[in-house]
Design a protein around this ligand. Structure first.
Ligand code: ADP
Ligand code: MG
Length: 173
């Protein structure tokens, strides 16, 4: 049985980029909870939150997590998935949880360099650079709690994948 591998971490830490490469290496499927959410909501996340609020959004996100949790799947999660206890518990019980840990300054550089991400609405309305530091500080303990393994994700994607494969192969010994 090949349990799901969940990638967690802040927006821009590379969950989608690394997740696709990792899935390819493992011959697993790749799923992104944010993409699943877009399909589920049939509107943009920003529009949904504006109309229905963050509480309803987090409930939809929880449902999206359950929907994509299949065997032989690498799941790239949304940055806030770790906020709910039931999400953390579900991921830890259903599979292996990998935290892609990135220095906040590196995150800021990546996000400001990526025009698509630069246009994404921020969570708080503050400039993205300020928001990253505030949000990370609150979420760090939750990423730590949720993760089975922490990977240094300041490195190139290919090296991150090698490090993940190494911890996964140790787990299966
Ligand atoms: P997430 O899914 O965690 O929000 P993405 O995979 O979308 O993050 O990556 C955010 C941005 O950072 C993209 O522009 C991507 O090309 C870039 N990126 C991702 N991982 C790395 C990495 N390890 N090194 C350099 N740039 C990266
Ligand atoms: Mg992503």
């Amino acid at each position: 049985m090949s349990f799901p591998v969940y990638l967690i971490g802040a927006r821009g830490c590379g969950k989608t980029t690394v997740g696709k490469l990792l899935a390819c290496q493992l011959s697993y499927y790749f799923c992104d909870t944010d993409q699943q959410l877009q399909q589920q909501l049939e509107q943009s996340i920003a529009d949904y939150v504006a109309q229905h609020g963050w509480g309803n959004f987090r409930q939809q996100e929880h449902q999206a997590l359950l929907t994509v949790s299949s065997d032989s799947t690498v799941v790239a999660t949304g940055g806030g998935i770790i906020l709910r206890d039931d999400n953390r518990q579900h991921m830890r019980e259903a599979g292996t949880v990998i935290w892609l840990s990135v220095d906040p300054h590196v995150l800021v550089n990546r996000l400001t360099a990526d025009p698509e991400i630069g246009q994404r609405p921020t969570l708080t309305g503050k400039p993205i650079t300020e928001e990253i530091f505030d949000v990370l500080q609150k979420r760090l303990p939750l990423y730590q709690q949720a993760a089975h393994h922490t990977i240094d994700a300041n490195q190139p994607p290919e090296k991150i994948v090698i490090d993940i494969l190494t911890v996964l192969s140790r787990d299966s010994l």
